[in-house]
Design a protein around this ligand. Structure first.
Ligand SMILES: Nc1nc2c(ncn2[C@@H]2O[C@H](COP(=O)(O)OP(=O)(O)O)[C@@H](O)[C@H]2O)c(=O)[nH]1
Ligand SMILES: [Mg+2]
Length: 258
């Protein structure tokens, strides 16, 4: 009798899309997703003023609608809660603005599926972001914040500000993301929490192309300055916590202890 082949089970992958006025780009973003690997796609709509919800429903996505606008971080909280509830083993956060290449999802999740990492960032800075159309001032600010964050967190990442990320279930069950900001700085707070939890070595990155075009970016100079300052505040809070000068409940808490 033939011995059965070892079964390598595909992990249950859930894609989450925090959406705000994504009608013009959603279909294109959706088309590039490797559907054979995906168990479920969840779109959380933050009270868009366009046809985002109608298009998402036509595409057969699981749509969750906020009753009021909660911001990018608030949107992600709903995304991750819903993904965990759906039994996700790996969660990919993908912006629905077609800025990030969804065909890179298999490379993004591979280090989680094989147990190497719990958080993988799709990095534009492993390639040439300027050639992809990133405005020079965004490039310079991104580089600056990345140097500061690397120094504070003891990491060597090429960027922290990407809209394509993959998480293990374990990470999302451990880190208290629900305590984070409802604004854009949510992403940086989550990385600080991962580092504070002792999972620093569990963060990895893979290269993704940079794409800039009109619909891909609503964040202008003013909002970027606020975001930059908020990021520096996250770093300062992390340092005070690490040096035990002022402990931060956001960084100390765990969602679950095993
Ligand atoms: N929930 C929510 N999401 C937003 C808001 N503004 C932008 N977004 C989403 O946040 C993501 C990043 O915004 P975007 O304008 O593309 O930023 P940029 O690409 O960094 O310039 C996109 O997926 C947007 O849909 C907002 O006010 N609320
Ligand atoms: Mg964008």
């Amino acid at each position: 009798m033939a011995t059965p082949e070892p079964v390598s089970r595909t992990p249950r992958l859930v894609i989450v899309m925090p959406a705000y006025n994504a009608a013009r780009t959603l279909e294109r973003t959706y088309a590039d997703i490797p559907h054979d690997l995906v168990e479920r796609i969840i779109l959380v709509d933050d009270v868009s003023g366009d046809e985002t919800v109608e298009i998402a429903r036509q595409l057969g996505l699981h749509v969750i609608i906020h009753s009021q606008n909660r911001g990018y971080g608030g949107n992600q909280k709903t995304c991750y809660d819903a993904a965990l509830e759906a039994g996700a083993e790996i969660v990919v956060m993908l912006h629905p603005d077609y800025q990030y290449d969804a065909t890179r999802i298999p490379a993004l999740i591979a280090p989680i599926a094989d147990g190497t990492h719990d958080l993988v960032l799709g990095s534009r800075f492993l390639g040439d972001p300027l050639a992809g159309g990133m405005p020079r001032w965004k490039y310079v600010s991104n580089r600056f914040l990345t140097i500061v964050e690397n120094a504070a967190f003891g990491l060597h990442l090429s960027e922290y500000h990407t809209g394509l990320r993959a998480y293990s279930r374990e990470l999302l069950e451990t880190v208290p993301y629900d305590r984070n900001s409802d604004d854009f700085v949510f992403d940086q707070e989550l990385i600080a929490q991962v580092v504070a939890t002792g999972m620093r070595r569990r963060i990895g990155e893979v290269a993704v192309p940079t794409r800039y075009f009109e619909e891909a970016s609503s964040v202008g100079f003013r909002r970027s300055v606020v975001y930059g300052l908020s990021t520096l505040r996250v770093v300062a809070r992390y340092m005070l916590h690490r040096l035990r000068i002022r402990l931060s409940p956001k960084l100390a808490a765990r969602r679950r202890r095993d």
